[in-house]
Each structure stands twice: as structure tokens, then as C-alpha cells.
Write a protein that binds this ligand. Structure first.
Ligand code: ADP
Length: 491
């Protein structure tokens, strides 16, 4: 059994779960410990006990640890990418790409350790200085989903440790292998006991223990909307209240205007809608296409989709791997049926495929004649299922793009500076893409959304410090003037 890491020790559990390869369900990657509530509590206690010392550790120590983690990930990216693709089902190039990103994130935050600065500002009163600094928050609970098994843990763990917090990390049940491999690297880099804890297990047990514990000061969560809501509600009604950050779903639009470069538009749509099997919160499932290019765009999509190879994630030449598990496959098929019942036209894909080994293979599905009010256009499916929505002109396309409960990423394909600029300003989303897929972001800049997609401060880049630190304002009277403890109207 592959073990959890609690209070500086690898510990087994009374229960374990098999980790299956979705490209070949006969391939069992291993049995992974499933922690109990008591084990989760032990991890929280250890992180709590380790916090005072770690919060005062030198920035050199933190830098060196994060740099070592980043460097080892980079050196082993092919092997780790293979493990990731084997357990999650994204293609090997996508798996290696994700691992590379995780390494770059650790290297970025290694640098950030050395760039932590505060502000010193004059007081409005004489002989007083004001200092504004950032301090770590405490024990942070990190709850991650299955679709980015190493990058999402990396973009939470790296800033948490860089800014001096201690960590309890709970990966998604479906992808413990990448989480475990990452944890081994972090431990080998020399984190002191208790600073970093890995607790694999069920959300309802381990996640809940983190939400319920007064020793956990902050929760960063990425996952589904219903779980995210529950996490936020528990955090803000807890005593003491917890800081909370949520990244949840998307129903990201990709607008294609008449003047778009058709080739660019089709590549953007294929990538956004179907790569990584459509299992990205930044995937585009609503392709909003204006009248003049609609039919040409649909025909070019159909043709391009015929060339897509859907097969074992580890096979060279595969463009799209399997769906992650039976539950997600059932959800994809359910929505394909719903779309047909709603009157949308399924013009390509949506069929179960047989390959050499038993796996969750689904051909990418494309619907046309979709109304933006249909469930397939409103609810997140999280699979390789895209809809084409017709728009009269740019104004209607923008309106449709924003008419959604979500607001993560929003894209436009156009050769017009005027429309691109207008869209950039008016898209109700945290991220806007011009002539690029809605998915695929840099690692050094903020990531996050609006409306139903996100809650709390942004993740990644320097903006991550907003969540992983708390601000302190210090006032010092230096004795070089009259003692004026209060100004008029001051608190
Ligand atoms: P998905 O299945 O798309 O990953 P979930 O929201 O179900 O989305 O899961 C995201 C993460 O939240 C996983 O690590 C899961 O174990 C965890 N989780 C699920 N239920 C709870 C809960 N009640 N409390 C805390 N975490 C949970």
C-alpha cells in the first residue's frame, strides 16, 4: 500500500483504494492509503505544531527547498508525465507538459521567497513610521481535483510553503499517484517534519476534517461547484472563520467572428473543446459563431474532427485520451442524450469507442443548432462535448458569451482590432483570450474567474500572496518629536 505522509512519517491506513488506468482498466497502478478522520486530524495537528518554526524559517531555507523540488520535477518530467497520463488519461505530451508546468511553478515560487517585500510609509502623525508587511496565514488545507493531478497541487503547495504556511494536502481520490510522487519530492527536498503532510482519502472524510478543524486557518479548493459551495459555507460559518479560495467550473465561450482566420478559429476550438478530453475548467464548450462564417466553420470542424485519434493516452500519435472514469463517462453520455432531447443536432461523435484494452473511450461530440438556454449550453459537462451557437453579429455574440452563470475564461477569434479590444474590455471573465484557445495559461500570472467560477483571491503568480499571506500594519513612535498618540478622527 502506498502511504500517507503525516508528521514527518510515512503511515499506512486501515483502508486502501486501487488507482486504475482509464486507458486500460486492467492496469492497476497501485493501492493507495485512504486516510481516516483521525489520521487527517493527526496531519492537521502536526501542521499546527510545525507552523511557529516554519513561519520564521529563513527565506533562503524556503527558497532552497522549493528550488530543489522544481529542479527534481524538471529532471524527471518524462517519467512523472508518464505516471500522470497513465492515471488521469491525458495524452503523454499533455502529461509531460503539465509536469513541466509544475516544475516551473516551484522554481517561480523559489524566486518569490527572495522577493518578499513590504512597504514603509510615513504616518499622518509626527515621528511615527508605518510598516506594512505580509505574514503567513497558518495551517492551510489544500483540496485538489483530478483533472490536473500535479499542476494544481503545485500551484497551491508552492506558494503556501514559500510564504511560510504549513500544509495539509488532500488530492483527489482518482489521482493519488501523481500526488504521492510530488510529495516524495517535496519531502526529499528537506521540508521539516509537520510542515508538509499528504493525506489521501475521501473528500467527505479527509476534506471534511480539514473544514471542521479550528486549527486550519485557510482552505484552497479546486473542484466542482456544489462541493465548492459547501466548502465556502463551512469556512465562513466556522469559529474562527477560515480564509477560503475556490476555483470551480466553467462554461467558457469561444466567439468566432466572420472576419476570423478560419484555420486559427478551428484550431482554437478543437484545442479548447476536446484536448485533455474536454476535462479542463478552462475548456470551451460554447462555440459562438456569427452568421457569415457559421457553415464554413462547422464544415471545417467536422473535417478536422475526423482526423483526431482517440486512443490509449500513452500511445504515440494519440490526440485525445479516454474519459477519466465511468462516473464522468456516464455524465458525458447523459448530457449528449439531454442535448438531443432538447433539439440540438449532434453532427459528430458522442459514441463509445472500443480500443485494444478496456477503457473509457468517447469520440468528441459536436452539437449545432444549439440555443444558449439549453442545458448543454448552461451546465458544465466536463467532457469532450461542445456546442455551436449561432449569433447574428458581434453584439449578439458578446451578449451570448456573457449570458452564463460562469466567468472563468472567454475567447474570441477575429482579425479585427476593434472587436478584439471591445471583447477584452467587456467579456465577463477572469481570463480573456484573443486568437488563442480558452485553455492553456502561463504559470507566472494570475489565474481565476468571476461569477460562479471562482471565489476569493486569484491563484498563481505574484497574486497568490493575497491568499497565502495576511497583512500586518505596524506603527512605531521613534521619539524624535512630540508624542501624538491620536489624530483627530483616528480610531
Ligand atoms: P471533481 O469530482 O470534479 O474533482 P469534487 O468537487 O467532487 O469535483 O472534488 C474536488 C475535491 O474536493 C476532491 O479532492 C474531493 O475529494 C474533495 N471533496 C469532495 N467532497 C468534499 C467535502 N464534502 N469536503 C471537502 N472536500 C471534498
Amino acid at each position: 500500500m502506498t502511504k500517507n505522509y503525516i508528521a514527518g512519517e510515512w503511515v499506512g491506513a486501515s483502508e486502501a483504494s486501487p488507482n486504475l488506468n482509464p486507458s486500460n482498466t486492467n492496469d492497476v497502478i497501485g493501492e493507495f492509503a485512504r486516510a481516516s478522520a483521525a489520521e487527517a486530524q493527526a496531519a492537521i495537528d502536526a501542521a499546527y505544531a510545525a507552523f511557529p518554526a516554519w513561519s520564521r524559517s529563513t527565506i533562503q531555507q524556503r527558497h532552497d527547498i522549493l528550488k530543489a523540488v522544481g529542479d527534481e520535477i524538471m529532471a524527471r518530467k518524462d517519467e512523472l508525465g508518464r505516471l500522470l497520463s497513465r492515471e488521469e488519461g491525458k495524452t503523454l505530451p499533455e502529461g509531460i507538459g503539465e509536469v513541466t508546468r509544475a516544475g516551473q511553478i516551484f522554481q517561480f515560487f523559489a524566486g518569490e521567497c527572495l522577493r518578499m517585500a513590504g512597504e514603509k510609509v510615513p504616518s499622518v502623525r509626527p515621528a511615527i513610521d508605518v510598516e506594512i508587511t505580509r505574514e503567513p496565514v497558518g495551517v492551510v488545507g489544500l483540496i485538489t481535483p483530478w483533472n490536473f493531478p500535479i499542476a494544481i497541487p503545485a500551484w497551491k503547495i508552492a506558494p503556501a510553503l514559500a510564504y511560510g504556511n504549513t500544509v495539509v494536502f488532500k488530492p483527489a481520490e482518482l489521482v493519488p499517484g501523481s500526488a504521492h510522487a510530488l510529495s516524495e519530492i517535496i519531502i526529499r527536498a528537506g521540508v521539516p517534519a509537520g510542515v508538509f503532510n499528504l493525506v489521501m482519502g475521501k473528500g467527505s472524510v479527509v476534506g471534511e476534517a480539514m473544514l471542521q478543524s479550528p486549527k486550519v486557518s485557510a482552505i484552497s479548493f479546486t473542484g466542482s461547484v456544489p462541493t465548492g459551495r459547501r466548502v465556502a459555507q463551512t469556512c465562513i460559518t466556522a469559529d474562527p472563520m477560515k480564509k477560503v479560495q475556490l476555483e470551480m467550473g466553467g462554461k467558457n465561450p469561444m466567439v468566432v467572428l466572420d472576419d476570423a482566420d478560419l484555420k486559427v478559429a478551428v484550431e482554437c476550438a478543437i484545442n479548447s473543446a476536446f484536448f485533455s478530453t474536454g476535462q479542463r475548467c478552462t475548456a470551451s464548450s460554447r462555440l459562438i459563431v456569427t452568421e457569415g462564417i457559421h457553415d464554413r466553420f462547422v464544415a471545417a470542424m467536422q473535417e478536422r474532427m475526423q482526423g483526431l485519434v482517440i486512443d490509449d493516452a500513452l500511445k504515440s500519435g494519440t490526440h485525445i485520451g479516454p474519459v477519466v472514469d465511468q462516473g464522468q463517462l456516464d455524465q458525458d453520455l447523459k448530457y449528449i442524450k439531454i442535448g438531443q432531447e432538447e433539439g440540438a443536432k449532434l453532427i459528430a461523435g458522442g459514441e463509445l469507442l472500443k480500443r485494444d484494452a478496456p477503457g473509457f473511450y468517447l469520440s468528441p461530440a459536436l452539437f449545432t443548432e444549439v440555443d444558449n438556454q439549453m442545458r448543454v449550453a448552461r451546465e458544465e459537462i466536463f467532457g469532450p462535448v461542445a456546442t455551436v451557437i449561432r449569433a447574428k453579429n458581434y453584439d449578439e455574440a458578446l451578449e451570448l458569451a456573457n449570458d452564463t452563470p460562469f466567468g472563468l475564461s472567454s475567447g474570441i477569434c477575429t482579425t479585427s482590432l476593434k472587436y478584439a479590444s471591445h471583447f477584452k474590455r467587456n467579456a465577463e471573465a477572469g481570463m480573456v483570450m484573443v486568437n488563442l484557445p480558452t485553455a492553456g495559461v502561463d504559470y507566472h500570472v494570475p489565474f481565476g474567474g468571476r461569477k460562479g467560477s471562482s471565489y476569493g483571491p486569484r491563484e498563481q503568480g505574484r497574486y497568490a500572496q493575497e491568499f497565502y499571506t495576511t497583512v500586518k500594519t505596524a506603527y512605531v513612535f521613534d521619539g524624535n518629536g512630540p508624542y501624538v498618540p491620536k489624530t483627530k478622527g483616528s480610531e
